[in-house]
Write a protein that binds this ligand. Structure first.
Ligand code: CU
Length: 257
């Protein structure tokens, strides 16, 4: 009796630990990916603080500390509220952030459910034995959903890249996959020269929204994945342009007389 119960407690510990480690790694990865676009900021430090909290509670949970369950629940709920619901990512499996966002939601969900369960069984040892099958079933479902989400994300991403790579062949300048994190080659080619009166077409082959913006000269507005924007140059000159959403994305158009 006692051994079954302690084994159960260890398994709840491990599940909460794994869930919190995954959530922490997701948050860390998302932060690292976005550093080139966002730059270092006070917000970044807050996010890294939450990453540290996830790992701290994961460690404490692994050591069997009950307060770690409560800490894990609080930090999971808080981070989800802080970042709101990035529905544009979750509704688009081809988005490069999909797998990270998806596993983050599953991991925090598991941390909250099992954290609450861990607190619950700590107070009522008699309840534990009847609850084992249902809860281990839930763990399998959660793991299955997470793996399924990863596969869907990877597959959709690969398919979309393939479709987009052939769709954009008639454009002059391409925004490649992962452009948000690029400082060089975010617009390819980065330097483009045409004669006055020419029309240039930009094609967004990335899964994310970008803009083609040259202050005072031309502006595509939000350019969705797979969309093309064209502009005709009536005046000679050198035009610097960038993406409003990711200002690290830069390009130059030279229009000769
Ligand atoms: Cu952009």
């Amino acid at each position: 009796m006692a051994s079954t119960e302690s084994r159960l407690r260890i398994s709840v510990n491990s599940i909460v630990t794994v869930a919190l480690v995954v959530a922490g790694l997701d948050l860390l990865t998302a932060t690292v990916i976005n550093i080139p676009a966002a730059g270092a900021s006070p917000f970044l430090l807050i996010v890294l603080l939450f990453v540290a909290l996830f790992f701290l509670f994961a460690y404490a949970s692994w050591r069997g500390r009950r307060w770690a369950y409560v800490g894990g629940i609080i930090v999971s709920i808080f981070v989800n509220l802080l970042f709101g619901s990035p529905t544009d990512i979750l509704y688009n499996p081809a988005n490069s952030m999909f797998a990270i966002a998806f596993t983050f939601y599953v991991a925090t969900f598991v941390a909250i459910v099992y954290g609450a369960y861990g607190v619950f069984i700590a107070k009522r040892p008699m309840f534990t034995l009847r609850q084992i099958p249902r809860f281990s079933g839930l763990a399998f479902v959660a793991v299955g959903v997470a793996i399924g989400g990863l596969l869907v994300g990877t597959f959709a991403g690969a398919t979309q890249s393939r479709l987009l790579s052939t769709a954009g062949q008639r454009s002059d300048i391409t925004i490649p996959v992962g452009a948000a994190s690029l400082t060089k080659g975010a617009f390819a080619p980065g330097n483009f020269t045409v004669k006055v009166g020419s029309t240039i077409a930009w094609f967004n082959a990335d899964a994310s929204v970008h803009t083609v913006t040259s202050t005072g000269a031309f502006d595509s507005g939000n350019l969705a994945s797979g969309a093309t924007y064209s502009h005709t140059f009536a005046q000679a000159g050198t035009y610097q342009y960038y993406c409003v959403i990711h200002p690290n994305m830069k390009g130059t158009i030279v229009v000769t007389p």
